[in-house]
Design a binder for this molecule. Sequence first.
Ligand code: C5P
Length: 222
Amino acid sequence: TKPIQIAIDGPAAAGKSTIAKIVAEQLGYIYIDTGAMYRAITLKALQEGINMASNEEAGALLKKTEIDLQPSENGQLVFLDKKNVTEEIRSQNVTKAVSEMAAHSSVREHMVELQQQLSESRGVVMDGRDIGTHVLPNAELKVFMSASVEERARRRFEDNTNRGFHVPVEELQEEIAQRDKMDSEREVSPLKKADDAIYMDTTSLTIKQAADEILRLAKERL
Ligand code: C5P
């Protein structure tokens, strides 16, 4: 059968990447976490101390930056100018700054091009905010995944605990809500459900239930 493209979009911490990884593995497809790319350029912007409010400065920085994604055992490794930054891009500093960088047209145009190249003529599961609307408009399966903000903060808290961080759940909830607001209200490719995307509320679903549902939808399209 011909491989298909699966686009998974939705707000922060809805479970997109966890579920996308499982689906990709089951189908033998590649998994592309586009949020990691925006996080990587944000890390560099913080390190270089550029003016993050400037579309021009952000675009110029990205032009002299190499962002590389490599598949690994548990998902994906992220390299910034050849350095492995997979863990570092998850820091609270990067998380708080990423939506400002991701709002710039100079940044988005470059990233979308990279993402389209990475997925050209192969089976792919890609997660992000604008995959179904802009990056892969012809994806055979589009899912818009959400969950209540309380549940998303609770999941992020659990994740953090497993990774040895402690950020109070109230603070996570606030950060998540703020990021969703910025991502939904920006002018260039805001977070939005594509008209042909299937809405999936994962608030009361287990990881397995959500992954199985996407696999079932994918198999209908193979
Ligand atoms: O998916 P993740 O939470 O890691 O994404 C981090 C940020 O990157 C988002 O809050 C959003 O600002 C940006 N992003 C985006 N478009 C994508 C993926 C992520 O604007 N396709």
